[in-house]
Design a protein around this ligand. Structure first.
Ligand SMILES: NC(=O)c1ccc[n+]([C@@H]2O[C@H](COP(=O)([O-])OP(=O)(O)OC[C@H]3O[C@@H](n4cnc5c(N)ncnc54)[C@H](O)[C@@H]3O)[C@@H](O)[C@H]2O)c1
Length: 400
């Protein structure tokens, strides 16, 4: 019988509970512990485990570093880290030192220094670090990856992606009172791509970043923070206290990245203007182009009409990735999250490689700090090679 994987969750807020609910639908996993600085939040998570009929996990919390006690006393096989951004790095580094696989929600860390430390710790300890970037596991993105690997787009030349998601009205601030949540602090302190990983995650494997290519430079420009002020004045009136605050964060952040092999990438961070959700993925190669927002594709060697778009959906069906050729335990389950956790837990169970490793995590997350530095300096800044040259010989691994 397959080994039971012993898991802890640190950070049992909105995202932690979502992932907990998916884990409770998975066989071969025991939730051994939950932890949150807010002890009541950890108790709530334990209650959800009890309601599901599973064993009640040990509850830790009340202090900023209660997670240390969890790691030491429970020694789980893996921890899922869904805390606020400021604590991901410290918890993941300590977990790896203890031989515990960290599965870390996005972004993995906020500073390039922390990312280097995480890379060093994973290399020294040999403990894999898993980046829980769920959009890399989406059905459309994986089908596209299959097609890229079949050479249907020719040589990849350029990609575009965005996180276009109005988070001002529910994630940064309370939607009814406008009260700042923990994320709002970052809008006051920084002007940068605060949340790039959902956009860029899938692109890394389309462009073979860290496996045959690397980013060399990033150049970022930002717009004024006009939308954020208009939101508060329209929704809460001119006297709302949030209008007296100085927000540094521009509404639209545009980063241009170049690669060693001559590819280019544009990333937009677009989190505070009213608009429908979109990731605006676009991939262009020497033999074709895919446009996610249009739901369209054109392939010079396959499309029936010369230089005319055709619908994407039939391609998504035809090149459906094997990870999506499965039944999910409940229809309400978001497939990408479920597949991501399933692959992580499988790696932990077999003590094998994780699908998105520390190098993927470092590249996706470094964009946060580097975009801010570039915007401030108004010039391109070099992108670190977190693989220390291993990108030249590393072969693609994700989703093979
Ligand atoms: N992948 C996705 O689709 C997705 C979606 C939403 C959020 N997220 C990510 O998940 C993480 C959590 O976001 P959220 O929306 O759940 O926020 P949240 O505020 O709802 O939850 C965060 C929880 O972490 C706890 N916490 C903070 N510091 C801690 C520490 N040192 N030890 C233990 N607990 C601590 C807080 O008390 C809180 O309960 C963030 O990194 C966010 O970017 C990812």
């Amino acid at each position: 019988m397959a080994r039971i994987v012993r898991i802890g969750i640190i950070g049992t807020g909105k995202r932690g509970l979502k992932l907990l609910n998916y884990i409770l639908l998975t066989e071969g996993v025991e939730m051994v512990a939950v932890c949150d600085t807010d002890f009541t939040a950890a108790e709530k998570a334990a209650g959800i485990c009890a309601e599901s009929g599973r064993k009640i996990p040990a509850v830790y919390g009340g202090k900023k570093d209660s997670w240390k006690e969890l790691l030491r006393k429970e020694n789980p096989d893996a921890v899922i880290i869904t805390t606020t951004w400021d604590s991901h790095a410290a918890i993941a580094i300590e977990a790896m030192k203890m031989g515990i696989y960290p599965g870390v929600d996005v972004p993995a860390a906020l500073s390039v220094d922390d990312l280097w430390q995480m890379v060093g710790t994973s290399e020294e300890t040999g403990v894999p670090f898993m980046m829980l970037e769920n959009w890399s596991f989406r059905r459309d993105n994986l089908a596209l990856l299959n097609m890229v690997r079949l050479g249907m787009f020719g040589k990849i030349v350029h990609c575009h992606c965005a996180h276009s998601h109005n988070c001002i009205d529910h994630w940064f601030f309370d939607s009814t009172t406008g009260e700042p949540q923990w994320q709002a602090e970052y809008l006051m302190k920084y002007n940068r791509a605060q949340y790039p990983t959902h956009a860029v995650g899938p692109v890394l494997s389309w462009m073979d970043i860290n496996r045959g290519d690397i980013f060399t430079e990033i150049y970022t420009v930002t717009s004024a923070p006009s939308g954020i002020y208009e939101y508060f004045s329209k929704k809460f009136g001119e006297d709302h206290p949030n209008l007296k605050v100085k927000y540094r964060q521009g509404d639209i952040v545009t980063s241009i990245l170049t690669t060693r092999m001559g590819k280019t990438l544009v990333i937009n961070n677009d989190l505070q203007l009213p608009r429908p959700y979109s990731n605006r993925w676009l991939l262009q190669g020497t033999r074709g182009v895919y446009d996610e927002e249009k739901g369209s594709i054109y392939l010079a060697d396959h499309s029936p009409a010369y230089q005319k778009w055709e619908p994407w959906q039939p391609y998504e069906e035809k090149f459906n990735h094997r990870w999506w050729q499965t039944e999910f335990p409940l229809t309400a389950v978001r497939g990408a999250d479920f597949i991501m956790l399933d692959r992580f837990l499988d790696a932990v169970r077999t003590k094998g490689r994780v699908p998105l490793d520390i190098y993927d995590a470092a590249v996706m997350s470094a964009i946060v700090e580097l975009s801010g530095i570039s915007a401030e300096k108004k010039m391109p800044v070099p992108f670190p090679d977190f693989t220390n040259g291993k990108w030249k010989s590393s072969k693609p691994y994700f989703a093979l």
